[in-house]
Structures are given as C-alpha cells and as structure tokens.
Design a protein around this ligand. Sequence first.
Ligand code: PBG
Length: 323
Amino acid sequence: MSFPASRPRRLRRTPALRALVRETVLTPKDFVFPMFIVPGRGVSLPIGSMPGQKRYSPDLAAEEARRLWDLGVSAVLLFGIPEHKDAVGSSAYHKDGIVPQAVRAIAKAAPQMVIMTDVCLCEYTDHGHCGLVEKGEVLNDPTLELLAKQAIAHAQAGAHVVAPSDMMDGRVGFIREELDDEGLENTSIMAYSVKYASAFYGPFREAAESAPAFGDRQSYQMDPANQSEAIKEARMDEEEGADILMVKPAGPYLDIVRAVREATDLPLAAYQVSGEYAMIHAAAERGWIDLERAMMESLIGIKRAGADIIISYFAPHAAGLLK
Ligand code: PBG
C-alpha cells in the first residue's frame, strides 16, 4: 500500500501513539558503567577529557556503585590504575591489587551489583602495551599466562565477569582453562572479541595513563576496515568458551554490532568508548548539539543495532532520565 492510503505520520501524532509503536526501548538495566580505580582513600580525580567522569579510590568507588544501584544501573566494569608500573605489569596480578580491593569494596556496598573487571596489561606496564614486549614486538603466548593470573586474582576477589581486552590470540580459551583449574568455573568471560585499533580511545588513555610509549596497537587490535574478520573473531571466542561477546567502539561500528548479532546466539555487548562520550560532550559544550538528546539517540542506536548490553560512561546520566 502506498500514499495516500498509507500515511506513516498517522502513528506519529501524539507521544502516546509513538510510545505504542516504539520498537526499541532503553532501560537502566541495559547499561554497564566503566569505572577507573586509583590507589588510596577518599580520592576522586576528575578526568579532563571526559567531563563528569572521575577516577575513584576503592572506598569512593563503592559509594558510587551504591548510587548507581539506586539509579537502576546493575553492572560496573572496573579498570585499575596502579601506583607502580613495570615492564611485566606485576601490579596486575596481586591478589590485593587495586582492582581486587575495589571488587571487595563494591561487593560490600552494593551486594547485588554485577562486577566486571577489565583484564589487560596496558594500564600496568611502563611501556603501555597490552602484553609483554620483546625487541619492540608484543608477544602473544607468554602474555596469556599473565592475563590468566590477573583474571584469577579478580575472580578470587569476587568479580562475576572478567573481560579480556588485550586482543592476544587464544586468550579466552586459556583464561577459561586456568579459571576452571582454580575452581572458578562460575566466573563468566565477556570477551572484547571485536576490538578495533581506534582513535576513539584517546580520552581513556589519558584517564588510565595507558598510551603506548612507542608504536601503536595495530599489530593486535583490528583494522577498522574489516567486517568478515569480526565474525571470525566472534566465532573463535565463542568456541573458546566466552559467555558474552563485545564489539568496541560502538557508534562507528553499528554494522559490526548487527553482523555479530546475526552470527551468534551469545549475549552481545557494545562499548561506547571514551572518545564517543567526549565528542558528544564537546559539541554540547559549544552549544552545537543538545547533550541529553544526543546521548539518548546514541544509546538507542546501539541497542537498535542489536546490542543486549551497552557499556557507557553515560550510564548514570541516562539511567537518571529513564527512571
Ligand atoms: C585496554 C582498553 C582500552 C579501552 C578499554 N580497554 C584502551 C586501549 O585499547 O587502548 C578503551 C575504552 C575507552 O576508550 O573508553 N585495556
């Protein structure tokens, strides 16, 4: 049927009509809030390139988690920024390291909160790469041991989900086996399966002090030009035992979110990264776009593309509006 018999505008006439035929609905339960954890007590440090975002010491992270829970946000993803960085990222796998401390504090303050932790060495190494480095190369297989130790430390502290973001080959299977060997078979793995070598991580690297000291991450993160490879990565992680898959960044890769959604039945997360957040804030600060409308539109786009889980720095702000 076509015009004039069919008039799509009929169903757009009132807010209630529009709500009745709305195809995608956001709820605070869709969100995971990423948090940066720093050592100390009573510390909260603003992040210049991410307006409204802070780095928290474990005690204040716990308070913030409580506030999130009250807003309806039921999951956090923790990134550790240790006091001490070295070539092998040794602070990453201490059982009382910065992330395990925060996991325990949050579990106490918000006992029902889903606690996810980022597993990667870049925040812990002095060279800023996501694995061990030898002669300027990031080594794959020797890095797996360290990632597994880090995942075990997080899981033993009580993390429900560990999320490897390093992009080493084989890490999901390796971490799964090592967790199981430690009796941690109930800890889930959310794999950063499809993680592109992206310019949109810029503000995160300021927040986490994790910019690589030399070179870039193109020898391990994916080429933004590739889609078939995304499906291959997603299928490999599924076979290796991932419980949740992820595409990252989200906004510039919505076609990839949709393609991965269609290729697997696992729950799918998409990560709206620091640069996506910063861009929206920057344009809004200049008065060029409306912050809240642009925020909600960016989030609904990610859900409409097929993501079940949206990892976003906007989580508390958006949840506040949705309540
Ligand atoms: C690496 C990691 C990064 C992000 C999440 N995990 C940075 C990188 O790969 O350089 C980026 C997240 C963001 O930009 O919000 N551990």
